[in-house]
Write a protein that binds this ligand. Structure first.
Ligand code: NAD
Length: 479
């Protein structure tokens, strides 16, 4: 992010507002309602003390509610030293539009705690998280029917389990207590496939994009995902899963991985799992064999590649580097990786941008499944699985009879029987629901993208689809 000191760019919140304004200007919605949808309803700031290492340390946290057109409101909790009100409000707004776009029945919210989690021991993080959860829960800013957090940067299953337990201790008779937060481990009320969900959603989004040759051609690309050269920034939860699935299942080549301490590049493709294991052991990418290491990681964003996946943090592609970005296709796995200025530069250049509110919606989609599972108190597939297998057995019995009757003239395809007989478990159902969601939302966006002459890009199309649904919801409430 060189040269930023001399370039004035809007804040993250203003950047989201500008993108919203660009879309809403094309829509026939009363001015008052536009304003109601744009504004952030409330932001709660909390400062609390925790006794650590023999002294009291004060922490600052936020929970912002952007829109309550549907409740509960939903959005992750981020742990990072740079967390601030502007960022939390921008992320909350994105959640409103993301939920509407993928039709999860939630309003938008987000939380954050100013903390560098790597500076603390696990038991210290637990104390801090429980205290933060207590502060939010006592104001109903964590609540199964009003406000349901999830993981984001710097948090994961472990923190969600602490939050769920803290809420349950404060609400001992709430039978739905587990639904107060999503992204929990499966042994604490979570759902199979949530950890991988956002990265898996990025994979499904790209698969759907490549199912439309006309869209692929707009990005000056052709063919399938197989063999495409990809650069990923951030090998955390989202980036790791996306890169792993795209390289292992779709035959794409991860030619660059950018992390905090620098980047790894290898034109032959990097072994994502091996890089991940290296990071787990060493906390950095430097020293990993089988790749060239570059200390100036941000420079690798400008590499000649087919697809760029920023999956770390916001604002990394901005007015200081936008004109040097060569990838013809960018999929925003992170929230807000492009500033509105960079978005404009790249759109003018013809870069196709698959926007964050769609690209990383896999997380909230599977969070929705988890919330429904918690409220229904039963694992998905538990009632149907064996019944489905029994019905399939009837078909297999008939096919086997036919096989015996026809002799050498016909036989079942190898492994058909095993594959067909197996009823879907929770993970398969979750992946199927996620795939369906990502396909449907893409089709909704592309319909607007192609049908309207005044819509030139997918972000504008995504906002139009989402704002229309939020507006309809407010209207139904009488606004
Ligand atoms: P994470 O903390 O698991 O991973 C972030 C990764 O980015 C880490 O590996 C970190 O080392 C790396 N990183 C940090 N600063 C960097 C820099 N300057 N350059 C290169 N790498 C850097 O976080 P995550 O959950 O994967 O979230 C990443 C992004 O995806 C965020 O924008 C988040 O809001 C968004 N997102 C996450 C989820 C989810 O389910 N976790 C859902 C939707 C959107």
């Amino acid at each position: 992010m060189a040269d930023m000191a001399n370039i004035k760019e809007p804040s993250f919140r203003d950047s989201v507002n500008l993108m919203f304004d660009r879309a809403v200007a094309l829509m026939d919605i009363p001015t008052g309602l536009k304003e109601k949808i744009r504004v952030c309803n409330s932001t709660y700031t909390v400062r609390f003390g925790v006794r650590l290492r023999g002294e009291i340390r004060t922490f600052t946290g936020y929970r912002s509610v952007h829109s309550e057109h549907m409740e509960p409101v939903k959005g992750g909790i981020r742990y990072a030293s740079a967390v601030n009100q502007d960022e939390v409000e921008a992320l909350a707004a994105l959640m409103t539009f993301k939920c509407a776009l993928v039709e999860t029945p939630f309003g938008g919210s987000k939380g954050g705690l100013c903390i560098e989690p790597r500076d603390y021991e696990e038991h210290e993080l637990e104390l801090i998280t429980r205290r933060f959860a207590y502060e939010l829960a006592k104001r109903d800013l964590i609540n199964p029917s009003q406000n349901v957090p999830a993981p984001d940067m710097g948090t994961g299953e472990r923190e969600m389990a602490w939050i769920a337990d803290q809420y349950a201790r404060m609400n001992t008779t709430d039978i739905n207590a587990r639904a107060c937060v999503t992204g929990k481990p499966t042994h604490a009320g979570g759902i199979a496939g949530r950890v991988e969900a956002t990265g898996r959603g990025v994979q499904y989004a790209l698969r759907e994009f490549f199912r439309h040759p006309e869209d692929v051609a707009i990005a000056n690309l052709s063919g399938k995902l197989e063999g495409k050269r990809i650069v990923v920034q951030g090998l955390g939860n989202v980036g790791y899963h996306a890169a792993k699935f795209l390289s292992e299942a779709d035959g794409a080549k991860i030619v660059g991985i950018i992390e905090r301490d620098g980047a790894l590049v290898n034109d032959e493709g990097l072994d994502v799992e091996a890089v991940h294991q290296w990071i787990v052991q060493h906390g950095c990418v430097k020293g990993f064999g089988d790749a060239k290491y570059l200390e100036d990681g941000a420079k690798v964003l400008e590499t000649d590649c087919d697809i760029l996946i920023p999956a770390a943090l916001e604002g990394v592609i901005n007015l200081s580097n936008a004109d040097r970005i060569q990838a013809p296709l960018i999929i925003e796995a992170a929230n807000g990786p492009l500033t509105s200025g960079a978005d404009e530069v790249l759109r003018k250049k013809g870069t196709v941008i698959i926007p964050d509110l769609y690209a990383n919606a896999g997380g909230v989609t599977v969070s929705y499944f988890e919330w429904v599972k918690n409220l229904s108190h039963i694992r998905f597939g538990r009632m149907q699985r064996r019944q489905e297998e029994a019905r399939h057995q009837l078909v297999v019995d008939e096919l086997e009879r036919l096989d015996r009757y026809l002799g050498d003239a016909w036989s079942m395809t190898p492994q058909f029987k095993e594959k067909y007989l197996r009823g879907a478990d929770e993970l398969e159902l979750v992946r199927s629901g996620l795939d369906d969601t990502m396909r449907t939302a893409y089709q909704d966006m592309r319909e607007v993208w192609h049908a309207r002459d005044d819509v030139d890009d997918l972000r504008m199309a995504a906002y139009i689809v989402a704002i229309k649904r939020v507006a309809a919801s407010y209207r139904a409430k009488g606004l």
